[in-house]
Every structure is written in C-alpha cells, then in structure tokens.
Ligand binder design. Structure first.
Ligand SMILES: [Zn+2]
Length: 597
C-alpha cells in the first residue's frame, strides 16, 4: 500500500517539523535552530536539534535524525504509511483510498466494527465504575491506593452484576450478536445455542490496549471470592495474546532504555503510578518468543520483576531463555522483603525499588543462584556436583570474555576454588569438543570481521562521496562521469546516489528532506540524515581533494573487483585490466574550483 510521491510531498510541506516535534518535545529557539532534550535517549542538557530551514532533526548525543516522517515513525513506532496517514490527518489532507479488493474492504470494515465494540464496551465499563453499582469496585481501587489520574490513564472500569447489561447496551447501538461475540465481549449459552450473555460481570475491568492505544480486549478481576480471580477476553481477530503486552502502549514511549516485566495488571499500574512508565506484563498467558520479539522492537534490555515466591522464580527461569533468544539483555530484580513490586513500593517507597533496579542481577547469575539452592553447599560432595553443573553452564556461553567475567563472579560469590573450577572447565570443554570448536569459531570470526571491516570501509567511502557531492555542485560536475551510482554496492546508498544524480541533472536544488521522503524505512532515513548531517570537517582544499580521491579509489576498485568475479570473456577482462590501470593514475584536482560554492 503506497501513496504517490506528490501526495507524500504535500503532506510533508504541510507538516512543519518544528511544529510537529514541538508538540511532542519541549524545544526552544537558539540561533537558527531549535533545541531540546532528546526523546530518544536520556540526557540532562539538550543536544537534540530541529532545523526549520532543513526541515530535519538531529541529535548530537545519540545520532537519531531524519525528517518529519522519521520523527513520527520513531516516536510513535509507526510504519511509513501510518506516519503519512497520521500527519495527513493532522494537516487535514485527504489521502486517496488505497486500492483494495471488495473482499479485503469488507474484512477491514468488519474489523473496524470489532474495534468499535471494544471501545464502546470500555466506555460503558468506565461509566459504570462511576455509578452507584460501581461503588464496590471503586472501594477496591481506593484500597489499592490507585490515583484517579492513573485510573483514567488505564481506563479502569466496572462490569455490573447483571449478566445482560453490556449486551443490551451494545445491541441498542446496532451491533449484531455475531459482532459482539466475535469482539470477545459475549459468551454463548451452551444449553441454548444462539443465546448470548455478558462474558464479564461483577468484575473490575482492565481494558487491554494495542500499541496504538486501541482497546482490543479486557482483563477482569473478580470482586469478592468468585473464580477465576482474573478472566481475560478470548483471542479474537483483534487480540492475539502473544503479540500484545499490557502497558506497552505507554511503555514504548518511555525514555528508559529498558523495560520492566512484571506478572500482572496491578503491578503494571502500581509501577506506572510510581513513575516507572516502562513497565509491562504479559496477558495472563505464558511468556512466548512473540513477546520477546515485540519487546526487542523497542528496547535492548529487559528486567524481570516477578513475584518473589517460588512460582515467580520458576516463571523467571522459564522466561529468561525466551527473552535471551530474542536478543535481549536480561536481568532479574530480586526482592527479599516483599511479595511483588506493588507491595514493595507501598512498604518501602519508590526509591528502594529504583535501587533494586540498579542492582538487578544478570540473568546468568540469577540462574546460577537458583541452581545453588538445590545443593547443600556446606557438604563437599554437593559442592562438587554444583561446581560441575556451573562449569557446564559456563561452557555454554559463547563469548570468551563474557565467560571469563562470569567465571570470576562465580568464584567470588560462591566462594569456589579457582583451580577446581578451571580444571572442570578444561575437562568438560575438551569432552564436549567446545575447546576445539571455539578455535575454529575464532578463526571464522576473524575472517568475517576482516570482510566486514572492508565492507564498512567501502560503505563509508560511498557515504562520504555522496556527502561531498551534495554540498559541492561544482565537484559533482567534475566527477559524475568517473563515479556513477552503478558503482555503489550499498543498496540504499545507490538509490540515494541515483536520486541525487537525477536532481542535479534536472538542475534542482538538493533538499535533504525531499530525498529522505522517498525512503520508508527508518534505518534508511537515519543513514541519509547522516549523509546530509555530516559536516565534512575539511580545513583546506587539499584535504577535501585527498578525501574525494580516496573515496573514488575505494568505490571504484571495489566495483572492479566485484566485476572481476563475474567477467569471463577475454575482451571483458582486457577492459577490466585497462580500467584498473587507469584507476592507478586517476587523480581529480580541485584547484580550479571555487570553494565557496
Ligand atoms: Zn538523542
């Protein structure tokens, strides 16, 4: 689904970068730019700049940068199309309907009816909480010391004790039984097919939001002694338990570089109230790889903060490998004096929870700690067995540095004999072939690294070349026959090159943000921001000349080498040799160029 370039350009022209960013971040004018605290990393002094002239933003602290589309994509975690829609809406621009079949359209319409059902249900529950029937729920909330602001933010509500209350309310609004059932708010009477009643009654209601803050389901906590204590909506077209996390719609906008994973709704709410707006919980279901990947979209690190009882410890142990395999750094927060985060904050205050976050254990050490509890370490025989288990665990760590660090930490924390542990590491390492395998891996890594470094150097050369030509049209005129974008091996940079060459040939002014609007991926936009943002720190003409020639040589020789691998006919090879020779003698002089162009 794409929009024509003209439309995208119209949206961009009507979305001033200073206005849009200013509505999210407090920025103040300083000289020709606006400055503020970067929303993408933690900082105390502003290094986030927004330029009205260039219609771009750039952070000198973390390198985040781009145009108005990139900002909305990064901040709201939108796709390009979503960002265009969002900005078009703000600017009151009508977007053309994307081409879809009648069938797809019908499905989309049905889905939007289901969203409405959930939204209206949430509103109804919210209202009921404030009516006389809702007093019982309100008293419970007050007992848990939840502020009215947080109640509002999380949209807490109440389902009354009548089993057809919501059903009647929504039927009166014109929704069919099927829509209400598919939306997840009804149950079918098993004895009387085709008869429905409310799924939730006499419960405190927690609306479940997707990342765009649309209500997609509910969790309900029983008031009184009923069972089950917590009841969730079933999976529906809108609600997939392993693709959603409670609190994520808020946590994804947090400035923290990590998230806190807790067990339940009330923990999330209590932590948000205490200012930990990066807290999330899985939705009454086991933790899955889907959850792990979802979290990884927003942060690199997760702190598990489950209940301190044995169920919580076991759940942590199960979650660790899942989260790690999603590529997350995992730490575990250990609480000794409270049963859950809510409890701890009430007993000891938010600062002591903050302290525990800082002290959270690397997941590996947590696993070893739990392992140690299975052995009586005062008994030499058990201690040996424990050491054996630890050695095996250590050997499973891929990186040597990491393994060495943990080995040291374990020797210290568990008062182990260094010699003994080293001996075990050597013994098991050899037995399972790890020692040998590691060597092979190391060699492979070295080769990979070498290749990667070279690749990086060529990529940098391509970026620098582009940076030079966008800022010096005269240089472009001199070199555009020597290097063409065909020589680029980096896909995005090649596209950028083609656009710039084309614009120059049409005698157009090169505007960074226009170039950027042609790219829909945030990584690409960041790369392009880097090209334009790069003030080539050149003190004199000679330096610029040297850099230009270095980049030309690097790009061209890489291109020729790549061609050498595919060319087989004698004439082609002769050509190649000739070009290589020419490259040796190629030198572009900038003597005749006026540097102030
Ligand atoms: Zn930043």
């Amino acid at each position: 689904m794409y929009y024509p370039d003209e439309i995208i350009e119209e949206v961009r022209l009507n979305s001033d970068v200073v206005d849009i960013i200013g509505s999210y971040v407090h920025i103040t004018r300083k000289g020709g730019s606006h400055f503020g605290l970067c929303p993408f990393h933690h900082e105390k002094t502003p290094s986030f700049s927004v330029s009205k002239d260039k219609q771009m933003y750039y952070c000198f602290g973390c390198g985040a940068g781009g145009n108005v589309f990139s900002f909305v994509m990064a901040y709201e975690n939108y796709t390009f199309v979503e960002a265009v829609k969002y900005l078009a809406d703000k600017a009151h621009i009508d977007l053309p309907e994307p081409e879809v079949s009648a069938q797809v359209r019908a499905a989309m319409n049905y889905k939007s009816r289901l969203y409405e059902v959930n939204k209206l249900a949430a509103r109804y529950f919210y209202m009921m909480l404030r009516k006389e029937y809702g007093q019982v729920a309100l008293r419970y909330i007050e007992g848990r010391e939840i502020s009215s602001d947080i109640m509002k933010q999380f949209g807490l509500g109440y389902s009354t004790q009548f089993r057809d209350d919501l059903y009647k309310h929504l039927k009166a609004k014109g929704y069919s039984d099927k829509e209400l059932f598919d939306g997840g708010v009804l149950l079918e009477d098993k004895r009387k097919q085709g008869t429905y009643y409310d799924r939730f009654f006499n419960r405190l209601m927690f609306p479940i939001f997707d990342v765009h803050s649309r209500v997609i389901a509910f969790g309900g906590r029983v008031l009184g002694d009923g069972q089950p204590k917590y009841l969730n909506s079933p999976e529906t077209q809108l609600f997939n338990k392993s693709r959603n996390l409670y609190g994520l719609n808020i946590a994804r906008k947090s400035r923290e570089k990590f998230m806190i994973l807790v067990e339940g709704y009330m923990d999330v709410i209590a932590l948000h109230q205490a200012g930990f707006d990066n807290s999330i919980a899985s939705l009454g279901t086991a933790f899955t790889g889907g959850h792990g990947h979802l979290i990884k979209r927003y942060v690199d690190e997760i702190i598990i903060s489950f209940d301190s009882d044995s169920a919580g410890v076991n759940a942590s142990l199960r979650a660790i490998p899942i989260l790690k395999s999603a590529g997350l750094i995992v730490r575990v927060l250990v609480m000794n004096d409270a049963k859950d985060p809510d409890d701890l904050i009430k007993l000891k205050g938010r600062d002591s929870y903050e302290q525990l976050i800082k002290q959270a254990m690397p997941s590996f050490m947590f696993e070893v700690l739990q392992l140690s509890k299975r052995y009586d370490l005062k008994d030499p025989e058990y201690k040996t067995r424990f050491s054996e288990e630890v050695a095996k665990k250590l050997l499973a760590i891929e990186g040597k540095l990491e393994r060495d660090n943990y080995t040291e930490a374990i020797i210290k924390d568990f008062n182990m004999s260094r010699e003994g542990l080293m001996e075990l590491l050597g013994k098991y390492g050899k037995n399972i072939g790890i020692v040998q395998k590691k060597h092979i891996n190391a060699d492979l890594n070295r080769e990979e690294k070498r290749l990667k470094q070279r690749e990086d150097a060529v990529t940098i050369a391509q970026k620098e070349f582009l940076a030079i030509i966008v800022s010096h049209k005269q240089i472009f005129n001199k070199v555009n026959k020597i290097i063409t974008p065909d020589y680029f091996n980096h896909e995005t940079l090649q596209k950028v090159g083609l656009i710039i060459y084309d614009m120059y040939k049409k005698d157009l002014e090169i505007e960074p943000t226009v170039v950027m609007s042609k790219f829909t991926q945030i990584d690409d936009q960041k790369l392009i921001a880097g090209i334009f943002g790069e003030e080539i720190k050149i003190e004199n003409q000679l330096q610029l000349e040297k850099l230009l020639n270095d980049t030309i040589r690097s790009i061209k020789s890489n291109y020729l080498e790549a061609r050498q691998k595919t060319v087989t006919d004698p004439i082609g090879l002769m050509e190649l040799i000739k070009e290589k020779k020419e490259l040796l003698h190629l030198y572009v002089s900038l003597e005749d160029i006026d540097r102030r162009d």
